[in-house]
Write a protein that binds this ligand. Sequence first.
Ligand code: TYD
Length: 204
Amino acid sequence: MSGLFITFEGIDGCGKSTQADLLENHFEEIGRKVISVREPGGTDISERIRDVLLSTDNRLMHDSTEALLLAASRAQLTLETIVPVLELGNVVLCDRYLDSTLAYQGYGRQLPAEWLRQINSAAVEPDITFFVDVPVETAMARMEGKTLDRMEEEGTTFLSRVRDGYLALAQSYSKRYIVLDGTADFSSVHNTVRKEVEKRYDKD
Ligand code: TYD
């Protein structure tokens, strides 16, 4: 696959979606073909799975059901969109991907990592993963006043485990991971993102 697959990761409220949007604009400005998708979701089928996953009507959902639905949403997005776009040589920006499952369902829900990898065998390895890191208290403060979805209702202890999970993943996959300071001004974070992309892929 000749394209470029970039993922954005972090705990809820870290500001990664803003960074994904800014990078999408940058690629468009320089005339590079880019698509931007989010998880869970990104295709019609996956967006319907997203509704089931995030609805507060579904508080009875078991952790394993949640992981399987996320994997189903990801398989559809990967096979319907990500792989074909990469094969055309274009850029795919994904707001959350497999690392979200390893951090939230693995470290947060404490499901076995090996099983999570098995059910996600359709997933492809990102070229670059930006982890937008913020302290849990900062993320919680940013979410204050917002109507929370089923995942966001989990609270501080859960999010601390998820953040620790991301930090561990960043160490294990240091070649593709770039840790960003999500408390910094969003435009300076964007400049770092651009520099890192240019450093690795100076083919624009
Ligand atoms: P979303 O509203 O998209 O949150 P954000 O804007 O922070 O990305 O909701 C996605 C939620 O689903 C978020 O709380 C993280 C969670 N999630 C997982 O637990 N595992 C996963 O694999 C993915 C993709 C998301």
